[in-house]
Design a protein around this ligand. Structure first.
Ligand code: EPZ
Length: 419
């Protein structure tokens, strides 16, 4: 196991490339199951979740070639095993995204129920109900989902609540269904638009991706294509906060500000000066202490839950009080006790954390628990006086490409060492 050791108090400066989006690359890799040929993915991020996805696809009979630094070929056109095994699914909940494509292409699937995780119980009932609406027979037993269908039949799908991966599962399944499917109350995340763009290149007929109503007209087959993954807006937001929390100035390259409006608005409110053009965003904090910002997470295009923990870290050194309310997950506050050990003044009332900013945090030994909570601990360590160690760094590696290398490029004093 590895841990990160951060010596805080250095204002970050310089520029860093933003990687391809984890939450776009994963569904797009699973979409390769639908294709009659190989999918070539450019700008795919080097993340353990991507490696897990490739291992899972290979276990099912797919082949993949790592083409160069960040592009890969995956051919999942002739699967030999229509099973997503527990031993892989337990490490990555997004494996549920094998269900829709396998049903659509092969008419059967056996997928391990993804367990809960640190941030919540993470049920998949909405995925299963929507696939039954499309005509699948589904049974859950022994920790596995058994699904089968002669042919999926297009229909109206109404999600009682917005759900990103269930929208993606149905979007993919409906591409090969008979007739037209309309998804109502669809998630509108940019990663869904990226998935829809890739599916359309493969031959799917989709309109409305990125809005709450998506129409899919089923086709008989989809072909392999080349696709470039969109930039990761959460990685980008995390590095912007790294600049803000250390009072520095950082430029992000290979990024798109258009998908980050809610994040940028809150950073400006915290006192940051932000400039952007087509592919870069520059944040300059000019050495200032951040102002506190009130946040309420909700579905895109509103403030993303995946940036909640990072803003908790920023608010913990702000000059005043603020509240952050988490409305998506029931337990996404695992970073609070760890930040408090650094001297943060944070209290939890229901699903709202109240922060009373302190002038500075003090380095401490911390434990990472989930992906974005771990990121908030790194951010706090960058700002803290003294040294912070963060154990169980594997949580971070799921969603951040060589985080210590990128932070070193920005002047941080950070090392990855063996436990
Ligand atoms: C996706 O998770 C993302 N993961 C998450 O990012 C992100 O936090 C989340 O969307 C919300 O934006 C990927 O895209 C791989 P949901 P997902 O279904 O799809 C409830 C990260 O840090 N729900 O939109 O699993 C659920 O419990 C990760 O990169 C049901 O009740 O989230 C939650 O309260 C973390 N039944 C709410 O809906 C279901 O069948 C929204 O969850 C499905 C979801």
């Amino acid at each position: 196991m590895y841990k990160l050791v951060v010596k805080g108090g250095i204002p970050l400066s310089g520029s860093v490339n933003i990687a391809g989006s984890k939450n776009a690359a994963l569904p797009i890799l699973f979409a390769s199951i639908l294709a009659d040929g190989p999918l070539k993915l450019n700008n795919s991020p080097h993340l353990s979740d991507v490696s897990t996805t490739l291992r899972l696809l290979m276990d099912m009979g797919a082949e993949f070639i790592l083409e160069s630094d960040s592009s890969l070929f995956v051919d999942a056109s002739n699967l030999t095993k229509l099973v997503a095994d527990y031993n892989l699914v337990k490490t990555m909940r997004a494996s549920i995204l094998t269900l829709g494509p396998m049903l659509a292409k092969y008419g059967e699937a056996k997928v391990s129920l993804p367990g809960g995780c640190a941030i919540g119980t993470r049920p998949v009932n909405l995925h299963l109900k929507a696939l039954e609406d499309l005509g699948a027979q589904i049974e859950v037993k022994g920790g596995y989902i058994y699904a089968s269908t002669k042919k999926l039949i297009g229909t109206d799908i109404h999600f009682e609540q917005v759900t990103v991966t269930a929208t993606e599962n149905i979007l993919m399944a409906a591409t090969l269904a008979e007739g037209t499917t309309t998804i109502h109350n669809a998630a509108q995340e940019p990663e869904i638009i990226d998935l829809a763009n890739c599916l359309t290149k493969m031959g799917a007929k989709i309109t409305g991706a990125g809005t709450s109503i998506i129409n899919i007209e089923g086709v008989s087959n989809l072909s392999g294509v080349t696709h470039t993954v969109c930039p990761d807006r959460i990685e980008a937001g995390t590095y912007l906060i790294a600049a803000a929390i250390t009072g520095g100035q950082v430029t992000l390259k290979k990024t798109k500000h258009q998908s980050m409006r809610a994040i940028i608005e809150k950073l400006i409110e915290s006192g940051a000066d932000i400039k952007y053009d087509e592919n870069t965003i520059t944040l300059n904090m000019k050495g200032k202490r951040p102002s506190p910002v009130n946040i309420r997470t909700s579905a895109y295009p509103n403030f993303p839950t995946d940036m909640q923990a990072q803003f908790c870290a920023l608010n913990s050194i702000a000059d005043g009080q603020a509240t952050i309310t988490e409305t998506i997950f029931e337990n996404r506050f695992m970073h609070i006790p760890e930040l408090s050990r650094m001297g943060a003044n944070l209290s939890l009332e229901g699903n709202t954390v109240i922060s009373k900013g302190v002038k500075s945090l003090t380095g401490a030994n911390l434990m990472a628990t989930d992906l974005r909570a771990s990121a908030s601990l790194v951010l706090a360590g960058l700002a803290a006086h003294g040294t912070t160690t963060i154990e169980r760094v594997y949580h971070l590696d799921r969603g951040y490409e060589t985080i210590e290398e990128k932070l070193k490029l920005l002047g941080a004093d950070i090392e990855r060492i063996q436990d």
